[in-house]
Design a protein around this ligand. Structure first.
Ligand SMILES: [Zn+2]
Length: 131
């Protein structure tokens, strides 16, 4: 039998996994625990280097699509995904890219947050440290 890979989401709060009907937009709430914060890790887990500032507000970025190509050490992370951005309440924010492929989340550091621009193509934003 032919097999296909489905793209889905996982709740950060209750670990429920589900497959949306369409991937155009990030779901508003977790279908199981109903948390609107299902895509945000709890704030205590955020390390200092992932507390960043940006010309964009968390609201402007959160849930939007992004194409990225980030040099990380010797390898680069490239693809597209959704931003998850949250205000940390101390003048900083956390910006995460959730790759559409289901690869691990990418937590942006300040140098990478500074690279976020509006995208000229089909995605809402770009974040390129390597072209
Ligand atoms: Zn949940």
């Amino acid at each position: 039998m032919p097999k296909v890979m489905l793209l889905g989401f996982r709740c950060e709060r209750c670990e429920h996994e589900w497959f949306p009907r369409e991937l155009e937009q990030q779901p508003q709430t977790c279908p199981k625990c109903k948390s609107p914060y299902w895509h945000r890790p709890r704030k205590v887990d955020i390390s200092e280097e992932n507390r960043v500032t940006s010309a964009w507000t968390p609201h402007a970025l959160d849930g939007k699509t992004v194409e990225y190509n980030l040099a990380r050490g010797k390898k680069s992370d490239a693809g597209f995904g959704f931003f998850s951005a949250s205000d940390l309440g101390d003048g900083t924010m956390q910006i995460i890219i959730r790759p559409i492929t289901g690869e691990p989340d990418i937590k942006l550091i300040q140098d990478e947050a500074d690279l976020i621009k509006t995208h000229q193509g089909k995605y809402r934003f770009s974040c390129f440290s390597r072209s």
